[in-house]
Design a protein. Sequence first.
Lengths: 133, 133
Amino acid sequence: MTNNFHMGTNYLLKVITGKWKVSIICALGLKDYRYLELLKYENDVNHTKISKKVLTEQLNQLEEDGIVTKKSYGTIPPKVVYSLTPIGQELSKHLINLNFLGENLAQVNQANISFDINAQQVKNLHKEEQDKN
Amino acid sequence: MTNNFHMGTNYLLKVITGKWKVSIICALGLKDYRYLELLKYENDVNHTKISKKVLTEQLNQLEEDGIVTKKSYGTIPPKVVYSLTPIGQELSKHLINLNFLGENLAQVNQANISFDINAQQVKNLHKEEQDKN
DNA sequence: CCGAATCCTAAGCGATACTG
DNA sequence: CAGTATCGCTTAGGATTCGG
């Protein structure tokens, strides 16, 4: 065992670090998605809002890193379908395996396992409330 | 299977996201470390420099998240020893399991798997060169 | 020897508006 | 439908200095 026995792990972590990437990979592990369909799914399952800009960013990075592929049908209106590469499929299985350990840890830590909303989003919620009045 | 089958994974990822955390966990998986000893180890194995502030931050977060524990001997000069919790031990095994997949992915992507140095560090290297002249 | 305090920069994320 | 472009806020990480 060399000194660098964790470098592969580190690289992998870098590839999947990003607020929505795990969620995206796990979603695509079950079925392929079109762009807006995926956007809607992410919003629903995580009970918060992901912007199109960020979804595009994360998908592009995952594509660049060999986790997802996209197929564009040259139609109008456009149709683009995202799916996992073989290695992306394998990764999604590993991620789901980690879920049990993560839930276990969250329970020990008495942590809230749902998605966080940040300060800016709280401000916006406040603003929405005020705009109603 | 609920819609939230990846939330535990996401929580776990959040806990281990941080430039040095994987490296720290894997190191402590092999043996316990004192503070400066760990600092030196991280610098050596990653061929770059980790500041004491950041090491302290990451250790504190890992402690708060139930991955590491520290034991202070009340001596002068101080002696503090860091080690993994049981769940931290389990985590380190999972991380090492991911190493193969990560190396595999890096090879497919023809990516350089070593630690990156960032723009600021490049600037500092330049500065050092210039200061010699 | 083991940190805490301060200051700084770069990157990530989000809201919103616009386009082929 | 599937994205870009622009802007602003927040956070992570690093350099450096000080303290018990």
